[in-house]
Design a protein around this ligand. Structure first.
Ligand SMILES: NC(=O)c1ccc[n+]([C@@H]2O[C@H](COP(=O)([O-])OP(=O)(O)OC[C@H]3O[C@@H](n4cnc5c(N)ncnc54)[C@H](O)[C@@H]3O)[C@@H](O)[C@H]2O)c1
Ligand SMILES: [Fe+2]
Length: 384
C-alpha cells in the first residue's frame, strides 16, 4: 500500500465560448477590480478583446497587463505586480499560455502574501494567501492551469520554479475557441510537451499514484489521437477541445507525479539555445525513452497497449519499443525537427548540456532509471 496526496484546481470549466462568461465567473469568486494578465501575441491577434468583453459582461473594472514575455523573466512578474498594486485589484485573471498563467499565479500570490519572489523559489516555501485567481489557457500544452507551479527565467538562461499549493487557481477555464488560431507549429510543440507530461508522470519513480496514472493514460490517448487533426484543421473544435482536455489531464497527472529526465535534458536546450520548451522535449524524447526502456518496459508497454490495443503475446520490451517508434514517427509527422544539429546545436557543446542537465536533480530523482553524466552525454549524442 502506498500513501499519496492529489491536489488540483478548485473548479475546472470546459465550455466552448466560456470566455464570454469570465465576468460572471469572476463575480462568483467575489472579484470587482480584476487584473487581467496576458502577452503581446495574444493582444495582437485580438484574443485579449474576448477576455475583456467577457469581464465587462460581468461589470468588472479591469486593469490590463499585456506585456508578459515568453519564458517570463523576473521583470515581467515584478512589473505586473507593481501595476496590480497601483490599481488595487481584488482578483487576477491569467489569460494565455504557460507564460501568462505563471505570471498571473505569482502576482496573485505576491500581492499581499508578505513574501518576495526570491523567498518562494523552491518547493513549499510559500506561507501566505493569494488573491482569487482564474486561469484561462490559450495553448494546449503546459497544463499550468491545473499545476501548483510557476516557472521564471532568472539571469541569462536559468529557470527557477515556485511550487506551492497556493498557485493552484480557484477556476481553470478551458475554452476551445481560444485555441482555434494557434499556429500548426505551436500546436505541435505544445502538444508534444503535454504528451511528455503524461508519459513522464506515468513512469515517475517516487510519487506514482492511481489518480495520476488514470489521468496520464486518458490524457495521452486524447493528445496522441487528436494532434494530427488539430494541426491540419486548426478550426476543428472537437480536436481542439480534446487537445485542451488532454493537456489538462496530463497537467493534473504531472502536478502530482512529477516529470523526469526528458524535461531535465530538455531544459538546457531551452536555456542555452532558446529553443521552445515543447521542441526541446521532442528532440530528446525518443532517446531518453530508449535509455529508460530496461527500467520502464512495463509502464511503456501499458501505455502502448492503451494506445494501440492488446497485442497478444508481445513482450513488454517489444510493446515499449513500439511506443517509442510511434512517438518518433508522430514527431516527424507533425513536422518538428528530430536532431539537435538541425536547431544549431554544435557537437562540441554536448558536454556543457550534459553538465547542465545533471543540475536538474529535482527532476532526475523522478526518472525510472538513474541518469549519470556519461548517460546524459550519450543521450545527447544519440539525439544529435
Ligand atoms: N506552470 C507550469 O506547470 C508549467 C509547466 C511547463 C512549462 N511552463 C512554462 O510555460 C511557458 C511556456 O508556455 P506555453 O508553451 O504555453 O507558451 P507561451 O505562453 O510562452 O506562449 C507562446 C507563444 O504563443 C502565443 N499564443 C498563445 N496562445 C495563442 C493562441 N491561442 N493563438 C495564437 N498564438 C498564441 C503567445 O502569444 C506566445 O507568443 C514557459 O515559461 C514554461 O517554462 C509552466
Ligand atoms: Fe513540459
Amino acid at each position: 500500500m502506498k500513501n499519496f496526496i492529489f491536489q488540483t484546481a478548485g473548479t475546472i470549466i470546459h465550455e466552448s465560448g466560456g470566455t464570454s462568461r469570465l465576468g460572471d465567473i469572476a463575480a462568483g469568486l467575489g472579484m470587482h477590480r480584476v487584473f487581467l494578465i496576458s502577452d503581446p501575441g495574444i493582444a495582437g491577434i485580438g484574443l485579449l478583446q474576448k477576455a475583456l468583453a467577457g469581464l465587462q459582461n460581468g461589470r468588472m473594472e479591469v486593469a490590463v497587463f499585456k506585456e508578459v514575455m515568453a519564458d517570463p523573466p523576473e521583470s515581467s512578474v515584478l512589473e505586473a505586480l507593481k501595476k496590480a498594486q497601483d490599481f488595487e485589484v481584488d482578483g487576477v485573471v491569467g489569460f494565455g499560455g504557460g507564460s501568462s498563467m505563471d505570471v498571473a499565479k505569482l502576482v496573485a500570490y505576491l500581492y499581499h502574501s508578505g513574501q518576495t519572489l526570491s523567498e518562494i523559489y523552491g518547493v513549499g516555501l510559500a506561507t501566505g494567501k493569494r488573491l482569487p485567481l482564474i486561469l484561462a489557457t490559450t495553448t494546449a500544452g503546459t497544463g499550468s492551469e491545473v499545476t501548483p507551479i510557476a516557472i521564471v527565467t532568472t539571469g541569462e538562461n536559468e529557470k527557477k520554479g515556485v511550487v506551492a499549493p497556493q498557485l493552484l487557481p480557484d477556476v481553470a477555464l478551458l475554452d476551445p475557441e481560444l485555441t482555434i488560431g494557434l499556429p500548426p507549429r505551436v500546436t505541435a510543440m505544445t502538444g508534444i510537451d503535454a504528451m511528455v507530461h503524461a508519459i513522464e508522470a506515468y513512469t515517475t519513480k517516487m510519487k506514482k499514484n492511481p489518480i495520476s496514472d488514470s489521468l496520464a493514460i486518458q490524457g495521452l490517448k486524447l493528445l496522441y489521437h487528436n494532434i494530427p487533426a488539430a494541426m491540419t484543421k486548426g478550426d476543428d473544435l472537437d480536436a481542439r477541445s480534446n487537445m485542451l482536455i488532454g493537456a489538462m489531464l496530463a497537467g493534473q497527472a504531472f502536478a502530482n507525479a512529477p516529470v523526469g529526465a526528458v524535461h531535465a535534458l530538455a531544459y538546457p536546450i531551452g536555456g542555452f539555445y532558446h529553443q521552445p520548451h515543447g521542441l526541446s522535449n521532442a528532440l530528446v524524447l525518443p532517446h531518453v525513452m530508449r535509455f529508460n526502456l530496461p527500467a520502464a518496459s512495463k509502464e511503456y508497454a501499458e501505455l502502448a497497449r492503451e494506445l494501440f490495443g492488446e497485442q497478444g503475446a508481445e513482450s513488454d520490451l517489444a510493446a515499449g519499443a513500439k511506443l517509442i517508434s510511434a512517438l518518433e514517427q508522430l514527431i516527424e509527422q507533425v513536422k518538428l525537427e528530430t536532431r539537435l544539429r538541425q536547431v544549431g546545436i554544435e557537437a562540441e557543446t554536448l558536454p556543457k548540456l550534459a553538465k547542465a542537465a545533471m543540475l536538474q536533480t529535482r527532476l532526475l530523482v523522478n526518472n525510472p532509471r538513474e541518469v549519470g553524466y556519461e548517460d546524459a552525454l550519450q543521450i545527447y549524442r544519440d539525439a544529435w
